[in-house]
Write a protein that binds this ligand. Structure first.
Ligand code: NDP
Ligand code: MG
Length: 381
């Protein structure tokens, strides 16, 4: 019997790669439910190609061009994400939504006992403990799609988490790896969107340029693998060939290696712990890779990284405040309302004003998310 898949955010970068991977395994997977934010035409085209039975348009007002409501179930509004994620025919939810909007669907899917193939790292950053609690209560499981975390999971290979001593996540360093602080402060939107090794959606591409993405990933790793922040390190590796180093208690270090493509981590998140034959993933050639280099992160020049890790260490609602402030600042930068250098300034001002509550329930987290967005918006003007 084929495995039913929901692809939340099917029109984006990870969503598109997921459909490509799933499309190569028609006997194994069937796309049951798909959602997008506002790309109605693209969503309709994906429905036709996949035969999805549920389609959800968050910003749709119930309107789809050329829609025929007899062919499938069509929903609109933010709740459609939860409906798709808990659809009875869905076994695996690929959460490829960008930002905080993905949180409630992740929790709902886990409570309903589904596997969540999680690209939406913001989910774990905002409410890591609540997400883990939902998985325990509902019997669901989280399998990371993020390449560094997929690498760690593959290196762990079924060993208990207690065998882990330290993780070293790699960072490409983004487009500004060699830039000095003065040049960085005035970097343009086009320059920041020009990522050297990965082709991704705009928000994560900017996060990679500020290194806020690596802070989000450190927090994500903390919640996925249960290590403290002193045991999760980052090294700049500009070729993006080694995705993470995983150190075990006996001192052995395993690394997962491959070209920078999200298709393998996506496939692995769908099949874990099994491996299936796939002809689409480019075969590895070490000689063609050339030299692999490793260097320290320039923390002082990329302050968003340290701000994010400090928020992770504070715990409670601080990571949710960091995430929300970052989302607002990135959007303001993309709209040329603030400079590149001001992204971290906005985040810092929000974290300084944040009072630091325990993240005991979803309402508290969502309240902090809302407060941090409002505070960050004010800081952007
Ligand atoms: P994209 O911007 O390319 O795609 C985002 C998707 O989410 C689109 O389908 C979009 O729909 C939908 N969407 C946007 N806003 C909302 C909302 N408010 N509610 C519901 N759906 C929404 O992003 P990426 O694919 O690059 O990233 C998705 C997630 O995966 C992020 O969390 C990112 O950090 C993570 N990730 C991405 C990687 C990559 O290589 N791209 C690598 C590792 C992690 P529409 O098209 O209609 O706007
Ligand atoms: Mg990553």
């Amino acid at each position: 019997m084929s495995t039913g898949i929901a692809v939340l955010g099917c029109t984006g970068s990870i969503g598109t790669s997921t459909l490509r991977v799933v499309g190569r395994h028609p006997d194994r997977f069937s796309v049951v439910a798909i959602t997008a934010f506002g790309s109605a035409d693209k969503l309709e085209e994906i429905r036709k190609n996949t035969g999805a039975r549920f389609i959800g348009l968050v910003n749709g007002d119930g309107q789809w061009s050329g829609a025929n409501s007899s062919t499938c179930d069509r929903e609109s509004g933010a709740l459609c994400l939860v409906e798709a994620a808990t659809h009875p025919d869905v076994d695996i939810v690929v959460n490829a939504v960008v930002g905080a909007a993905g949180l409630e669907a992740t929790i709902a899917a886990l409570k309903a006992g589904k596997r969540v193939a999680l690209a939406n790292k913001e989910t774990l950053v905002m409410a890591g403990d609540l997400v883990q609690q939902a998985a325990r209560e509902g019997g669901g499981e989280i399998v990371p799609v993020d390449s560094e975390h997929s690498a760690v999971l593959q290196c762990i290979g079924g060993r208990p988490l207690g065998d882990l001593r330290r993780l070293i996540l790699t960072a490409s360093g983004g487009p500004f790896r060699g830039w000095d602080a003065e040049r960085l402060a005035g970097a343009t939107v086009a320059e920041a969107l020009n990522h050297p090794t990965w082709n991704m959606g705009p928000k994560i591409t900017i996060d990679s340029a500020t290194l806020a993405n690596k802070a989000l990933e450190v927090i994500e790793a903390h919640y996925l693998f249960g290590l403290g922040y002193d045991e999760i390190e980052v090294v700049v590796h500009r070729q993006s060939i080694i995705h993470a180093f995983t150190e075990f208690v006996d001192g052995s270090v395993l690394a997962q290696v491959g070209y920078p493509s999200m298709e393998l981590p996506i496939l692995y998140a769908l099949t874990h712990p099994e491996r299936v034959s796939d002809v689409g993933v480019k075969r590895f050639d070490p000689v063609a890779c050339g030299d692999l280099t490793f260097e320290s992160l320039r923390r002082d020049d990329f302050p968003a990284f340290a701000l994010g890790v400090a928020a992770g260490r504070s715990g409670g609602t601080a990571p949710a405040a960091f995430n929300a402030a970052n989302e607002v600042a990135v959007e303001a930068f993309l709209q040329s309302r603030i400079t590149f250098g001001q992204i971290a300034v906005v985040i810092e001002s929000v974290l300084q004003a944040h009072s630091g509550d325990p993240a005991d329930d979803l309402k508290t987290v969502l309240d902090v998310d809302r407060w941090a967005r409002e505070t960050a918006e004010v800081a952007c003007y």
